[in-house]
Structure formats: structure tokens, C-alpha cells
Design a protein around this ligand. Structure first.
Ligand code: NAP
Length: 224
């Protein structure tokens, strides 16, 4: 389970804002050309910036130096994926600037609203009846823009689609020592919108396992 129902930004609650988890998140962002998000995650996380400094400000300078040494832009580009184009233009991350990949319909909805710091790109033609962003075409377009190292922070529907299409190379999982539980409210798992087992299990390889205190930090390779 990676969500806690409506109105709760789940990641930080589940990890208890554990510093080592935040450091790892910042490090992954620091190494990426762009951070990909489904619009559901943007809507569920008001006030957040998907930058290394936002999640681990005490090492902001170190992360900036790392980016320089890797030849990256000062900050990773935020990439938001939406079919409907329902984007809160006042969200601080949107004000900061983002590439918004959407359908023709989504572009009509959000283009008039988002600030000039954003670029709206239509990549919907190849998706299901033109109603979805074709993620393969989107990744191709990002590579053309020299955004080759992509980090996705989900959420579950975007992750499900990336795995379904064989587009996810690696997954970094934090196992937090908390018992969450669930009752009536729908709480999403890590992968939603696609059924893999029993017919089509996607098996992965454990590339590394680290422990800090009571937390486990796991890195899996998904490609054969
Ligand atoms: N624990 C964690 O680490 C973690 C991480 C991330 C998110 N979360 C949680 O996950 C929840 C959100 O889940 P979610 O599954 O709704 O998030 P999501 O995958 O970020 O968003 C789903 C939305 O993304 C857009 N989308 C995805 N694929 C698309 C495609 N191919 N073409 C066009 N649009 C596409 C659609 O947006 P439109 O509806 O705008 O068309 C879709 O409704 C929140 O509660 C959040 O806190 C948890």
C-alpha cells in the first residue's frame, strides 16, 4: 500500500519523514534530468516542489554541486502527465515551471491557465483512442530534449502503465516499519490499473539492499 486515501500526501506520512528516506529521494532527484509525475500525484501533493533541495534542504548545495559535476541543469525538469488537463495552475511546482504532456483535449483545458514557465505538449495520438498520452512517444520526445535520465515518482497508475509497457528500468522501494491497515476507504497499492499476476508476473532482480535504522532501502532491476 502506498496511499492513505483522499486528502493525504501519503509518502511522507508512511515514511514518517525519516531523514535517510528523504536523503535518498533527494539524491535520486539530484541524478535525474527530469522527474515524471501523473497528475493524480500532483493534485495529492499541494505545496511540493520535486527538487532535491525541497526534500532535503540541509544538503542543497551538495546536491547542486553533484548536478553540476554530472552536467545536469541546476534543477530536474518537472514533467506532468494528464489526459484531462485538470492542472492546478496555482500549484507551486506548476508556477516554478513544468512540461505538461497531455492529449489534445487536455491541452485545450490547461493551456489557457498555466503560467508561461510551463510548456504544454500534445502526445496523445498514439494512446488509447487518442485519450491518453503515449508514454513511449513522450520518452522519445524527452530524449530529443536531452532529458535522458528520468525519475518517476508515480503515482500508482503511472507506475502501472510504465511497468505494463516495459518502460520502467529500476524501482527504488523504501520499506517503512509502520503498520498502516485499511478498512473501507480505497487505498492504492504501488501498481494500479493493470493486472499482472497470475497471467503475466513481472519479475525483478534485487540490485542492492541497504538498511538504516529500522528502514530498508531496496533497489530492483525490472528489465531482463
Ligand atoms: N507512497 C508514495 O511513495 C507515493 C508516491 C506517489 C503518489 N502517491 C499517492 O498516490 C495517489 C495518487 O494515485 P494515482 O494513481 O491517481 O496517481 P498518478 O498515477 O500520479 O495519477 C493518475 C493520473 O495521471 C494521469 N495519467 C497517468 N497516465 C496517463 C497517460 N498515459 N495519459 C494521460 N494521463 C495519464 C491521469 O491524469 P488526469 O486524471 O489528469 O487525466 C491519471 O488520472 C496519491 O494519494 C499520492 O499521495 C504515493
Amino acid at each position: 500500500m502506498v496511499t492513505l486515501g483522499e486528502g493525504t500526501s501519503a509518502g511522507s506520512v508512511i515514511s514518517g519523514k525519516y531523514p535517510a528516506d528523504r536523503f535518498l529521494m533527494a539524491l535520486l532527484r539530484a541524478c535525474a534530468d527530469a522527474v515524471l509525475l501523473g497528475a493524480g500525484t500532483l493534485r495529492a501533493t499541494p505545496g511540493h516542489l520535486w527538487t532535491p533541495a525541497h526534500v532535503f534542504p540541509q544538503h542543497a548545495e551538495g546536491f547542486a554541486g553533484l548536478r553540476r559535476s554530472l552536467g545536469r541543469n541546476p534543477e530536474p525538469r518537472l514533467v506532468v502527465i494528464t489526459a484531462r488537463g485538470e492542472i492546478d495552475a496555482s500549484h507551486v511546482a506548476i508556477q516554478h515551471g513544468a512540461l505538461i504532456f497531455t492529449t489534445r483535449r487536455g491541452a485545450e483545458a490547461c493551456r489557457p491557465l498555466v503560467p508561461a514557465s510551463c510548456e504544454v505538449v500534445v502526445t496523445g495520438e498514439g494512446g488509447r483512442e487518442g485519450e491518453e498520452v503515449d508514454l513511449t512517444a513522450m520518452i522519445h520526445e524527452l530524449r530529443n530534449r536531452k532529458l535522458g535520465v528520468l525519475l518517476t515518482e508515480g503515482g500508482p497508475h503511472l507506475i502501472g502503465e510504465l511497468i505494463d509497457r516495459g518502460l520502467l528500468d529500476e524501482a527504488f522501494l523504501t520499506v517503512s516499519p509502520v503498520v498502516a491497515g485499511r478498512a473501507d476507504e480505497r487505498r492504492l497499492g504501488m501498481v494500479e490499473g493493470v493486472e499482472l499476476l497470475p497471467k503475466r508476473g513481472v519479475w525483478s532482480r534485487l540490485l542492492s539492499a541497504r538498511r538504516h535504522g529500522d528502514y530498508l532501502f531496496l533497489r530492483y532491476g525490472l528489465r531482463a
